[in-house]
Design a protein around this ligand. Structure first.
Ligand code: GLC
Length: 573
């Protein structure tokens, strides 16, 4: 691995953000260019040694995140849950699952984070609850006449004896999106809708009690001091009236994100966000909403961030783009052009807990999608991942980092079947079900598993870590200027020091050789050029300026710069 920095010296550290007071930053729009780190609590840090990450573990590691240089932390769900979908099946929205700690731990975590200058975003799961949620349990227990059934989608089946599902929708995790209930007298009853696992019944958002309950849940966590919500399946809450059959034949899952579906991205969802925005705005300190919305186009994604709706929406079209200069340029332009009319920043992301890590995606041939089973060429994948991350962090807008990507972690593609927990794995007709591979607990230190994830060498971790991860731990990478961790640390330090990075909404494309992206960003404080060589060969260009940072060492030849294969560099001009 080559040098990150031109002269191997880290840029002068920039002090981390000031402590955050509840009234802070009301009109600054901190989120517009924020770097936000996703913590997947199960796999971040395990304080009590039971093999499962927890909130005290996250709390103890907050200084690491502050030193990394991120602005905020998004926590995947830690609420009371039977864990049928790793916590995205919530039984009580106002309680912390004992597996993760207590409400006091959540309170302590939020306070500590604010004292360190870090904001906290929590996950909100409004499309569905757990089947163990009190409302759903009562709806089942009380039988067909229960008013609680109105809060979900209960329907009689089709066929002579109601033995067929009410429509032809399929679950995202495979199989039908409907499960038949048994009435209290033991006879087969109505069916209920679940776009995901059967343990995740969909709420009926036409019902006022559902809307009221979620407004109250928002206030509960806002009163706890959180700075925002990442809204799970933000495109799913409203279904087309009458729940019509899907008319397109073939594999429904292949259509997701590409086509208009009667259960996704319906225009009705926007009324919910306009209501929520008013609640967010009542609170001091610029609280935000972030949409996880899989839509057919970036233009449709922009609808979620209109001025009276949410603040950010993940750019999944960017996440799905391969390491190819033309494709990247096209998606960057399209994204910026789509967000400009609504005045929202673009929210870049390369990895999360649902997709194969980008170090592994880029190690494989393009076009395999975001659920990949093969390790591919690891060295190539890491080289490209480092370059892709620097490119992302040079773009205008906000960027999300998924825990472990700063360590260059690959997906674990060879987990034995008996340890897998992803519900889609067990509903084999669905997605490939390989999300466990990006959820393996991250390595912190030491030479024996769980590598500091838990307190005891040789102790448990809920998914096994590969032996090679000893070399990828935070401890192993700290202080090594060639490591991916130090590359991220340097990148975030430079980003804080250079307002031309992140801020604004424009890039100016510069002429560049085939396969190379070059763009300039300007701000009152200075200008900056980013070059990304997406080819497998070094490429010679005239020097763009003073090298700030590179994902792989740039050479010099006859007064020109030799960009390393699959590398990104930042230049001050
Ligand atoms: C979102 C989550 C994913 C979960 C699904 C159902 O896509 O990111 O992990 O399985 O929603 O809640």
């Amino acid at each position: 691995m080559t040098q990150n920095l031109a002269d191997a010296s880290r840029p002068a550290p920039v002090p981390a953000a000031e402590p955050i007071a509840a009234s802070a930053g009301a009109s600054r729009g901190w989120w517009r260019d924020a770097v936000i780190y996703q913590v997947y609590p199960r796999s971040f840090a395990d304080a009590n040694g039971d093999g499962m990450g927890d909130l005290p573990g996250v709390r103890a590691r907050l200084p690491y995140l502050r030193d990394l240089g991120v602005d905020a932390v998004w926590l995947s769900p830690f609420y009371a849950s039977p864990q049928a979908d790793a916590g995205y099946d919530v039984a009580d929205y106002r309680a912390v699952d004992p597996m993760f700690g207590t409400l006091m731990d959540a309170d302590g975590l939020i306070r500590d984070a604010h004292a360190l200058g870090l904001r906290i975003i929590v996950d909100l799961v409004p499309n569905h609850s757990s089947d163990q949620h009190e409302w759903f349990q009562r709806a089942l227990r009380e039988g067909p006449s229960s008013p609680l059934r109105e809060r979900y989608h209960f329907r009689p089946g089709q066929g002579e004896n109601g033995e067929l599902p009410p429509n032809n929708w399929e679950s995202i995790f495979g199989g039908p999106a409907w499960t038949r209930t048994t009435d209290p007298d033991g006879t087969p009853g109505d069916w209920y809708l679940h776009l995901f696992a059967p343990e995740q019944p969909d709420f009926n958002w036409e019902n006022r009690a559902v809307a009221d309950e979620f407004r109250s849940i928002l206030r509960f966590w806002l009163d706890m001091g959180v700075d925002g919500f990442r809204i799970d399946v933000a495109h799913g809450m409203v279904k087309a009236p009458g729940l019509p059959d899907l008319v397109t034949g073939g594999d429904q899952l292949k259509l997701l994100g590409n086509d208009v579906m009667p259960f996704f991205d319906q225009d009705g969802v926007h009324a919910i966000y306009r209501e929520w925005r008013r609640i967010l705005d009542e609170y001091p300190g610029d609280r935000i909403g972030v949409a996880e919305a899989w839509t057919p186009t970036v233009q449709r994604t922009a609808n979620y961030v209109r001025p009276d709706e949410l603040h950010q929406a993940f750019n999944f079209q960017y996440l799905g783009t391969s390491w190819d200069s033309a494709a990247l340029r096209e998606v960057i332009d399209l994204s910026l052009d789509s967000m400009r009319p609504v005045g929202a920043p673009t929210t870049w992301v390369l990895s999360n807990h649902d997709v194969t890590r980008h170090a592994t995606r880029f190690a494989n041939e393009p076009g395999l999608g975001t659920q990949i089973r093969t390790a591919g060429d690891r060295e190539l994948g890491l080289r490209r991942a480092r370059a892709a991350s620097l490119l992302m962090l040079a773009l205008p807008g906000s960027a999300y980092i998924y825990q472990g990507e700063e360590l260059g972690l690959p997906d674990v593609t060879d987990l034995p079947d008996e340890v897998r927990q992803d519900p889609s794995y067990f509903r084999a007709a669905g997605q490939d079900g390989f999300r466990d591979g990006c959820r393996v607990p991250i390595p912190w230190s030491g030479t024996e598993a769980p590598y500091g994830f838990g307190p005891t060498p040789g102790g448990p971790s809920w998914l096994p870590q590969p032996a090679e991860w000893a070399q990828l731990s935070v401890e192993a990478q700290t202080g090594d200027p060639t490591s991916t961790l130090e590359l991220y640390r340097s990148a975030l330090t430079v980003r804080r020091a250079q307002p031309a990075l992140g801020a604004g909404t424009e890039v100016t494309w510069l002429e560049a050789p085939e396969g190379v992206l070059a763009f300039r960003r300007d701000s009152a404080e200075g200008s900056f050029v980013c070059t990304a060589n997406t080819t497998g060969e070094p490429v010679r260009i005239p020097s763009p300026g003073r090298l700030l940072l590179a994902s792989a060492e740039a050479g010099r030849e006859d007064g020109e710069i030799l960009l390393a294969a699959d590398s990104t560099a930042w230049w001050a001009v």
